[in-house]
Write a protein that binds this ligand. Structure first.
Ligand SMILES: Cc1ncc(COP(=O)(O)O)c(C=O)c1O
Length: 391
């Protein structure tokens, strides 16, 4: 491998929320942090160098996004997903959650129905409720050890709950599903039929394992493109979350205007020059790094899947097709959600996300962030095995 993912990078004293606030957040010090979705790897060296080069200049005044910036997004989309986007379709946000808030404020009124597919990324609930909307649930169902869309329930809910917006999470956090063309088409057609706009959160779209393919929802047809807002970002891909840079793709002019008016009203049009530099460098020069990252992640994923299968029969892990997250059913430990949380912190000494925060279907599960050195993954499994043995 040209790039090094094995060397441990000390994140102490960096104000990392993942590493530096255990005592404050969960009351324990000596816990291995595998929770919030950022990675323990340095970003691609090409990105680091681009930031250093710009930082050397010394003046960081008001700046515009460059033509090269837009072109890098257009090229990346074409190269990685065969999706031809236009510059006029690209707008921005400091983050994907922020874009969700902006979109909901732009497109909904009080008590409008917004549908999501639990167990799902927890800030969706918060955004929907904070914007005064109603959360409508279309839970994923488990079929042959895999999460699938319940398409009958999907249409039923669109109609009965008068849904206005569907927030798609693809690849899906926390289950790791990468939805297929058939699944996306089925959902997209129902949304067009019932006049429901799709906000497609594709922040994990670059993080897909071999054998699976991320298909941008809007790339499927002109109808879908015209009926959607796609949220993309280099942040998960290249570990840049602290640079607050996301790109939002809106082919439909009317939706674009509403989105931009919503930004205008909240005065959120500014951006961070280092975020833009990093994004452009990643999309231009980061492809090889990303491919090697996913090979490394595949090793982490397989190590943990094998370990759980062979040595922890009380647990059941769902093989992720994308994302660096692992969704594990711990109901076999027969613990209440409070007991499970305490067990993971106090006995296993693991700081991981508890499944109940992802809503319906999440209780008794945990989400483990595997984007760390192999040695950390090995240590985590050893801790878990020893804690379970001592039960
Ligand atoms: C599905 C999903 N959407 C959005 C985010 C957060 O994105 P941002 O930091 O850009 O708001 C995350 C982070 O974990 C995520 O998993």
């Amino acid at each position: 491998m040209k790039y090094d993912f094995d060397t441990f990078v000390d994140r102490e004293n960096t104000n990392s929320i993942k590493w530096n606030y255990a005592k404050e957040y969960v009351g324990f010090e000596d816990v291995l942090p595998m929770w919030v979705a950022d990675m323990d790897f340095e970003t691609a060296p090409e990105i680091k160098q681009a930031i250093i080069d710009r930082a050397q200049h010394g003046i960081y005044g008001y700046t515009k996004r460059s033509e090269g910036y837009y072109q890098s997004i257009i090229d990346w989309s074409q190269k990685r997903f065969n999706w031809k986007i236009e510059k006029a379709w690209i707008t921005h946000s400091s983050g994907v959650v922020n874009a969700l808030f902006t979109s909901l404020r732009a497109l909904t009124g009080q008590n409008d129905g917004v549908m999501i597919q639990p167990p799902v990324y927890h800030p969706f609930y918060h955004a929907i409720k904070t914007c005064g909307c109603r959360v409508v649930l279309n839970p994923l169902k488990i079929v042959n050890d895999r999460y699938e869309v319940d398409i009958e329930d999907f249409e039923k809910k669109l109609i009965e709950e008068k849904v206005k917006i569907f927030v798609l999470c693809n690849p899906h956090n926390p289950t790791g599903r990468v939805f297929t063309l058939d699944e996306l088409t089925a959902m997209g057609k129902l949304c067009v039929k019932h006049g429901v706009v799709v906000i497609s959160d594709e922040i994990h779209g670059d993080l897909v394992y071999k054998g699976h393919r991320h298909i941008p929802f809007a790339s499927i047809s002109e109808d879908f493109a015209n009926n959607s807002i796609t949220c993309t970002a280099p942040s998960k891909t290249f570990n840049l979350a602290g640079l607050y840079t996301s790109n939002i793709i809106i082919p439909n002019e009317t939706l674009m205007k509403k989105y931009q008016d919503s930004c205008e009203r909240a005065d959120i049009n500014s951006f961070n020059i280092f975020g833009a530099i990093a994004c452009e460098a990643g999309y231009r020069y980061g492809e090889e790094w990303l491919d090697q990252l996913m090979d490394y992640m595949d090793g982490n994923r397989n190590f943990v899947l094998d370990f759980i299968r062979e040595r922890l029969p009380q647990l059941k892990a769902y093989e992720p097709e994308g994302t660096y997250l692992l969704w594990v059913d711990c109901n076999g430990l027969e613990k209440t959600k409070e007991e499970l949380e305490r067990f993971m912190l106090e006995k296993a000494r693991l700081w991981i996300n508890q499944g109940y925060i992802f809503g319906s279907g999440g209780e008794g599960f945990v989400r483990i962030n595997l984007a760390c050195q192999r040695s950390t993954v090995v240590e985590a499994m050893a801790r878990l095995e020893s804690a379970i043995k001592n039960l």
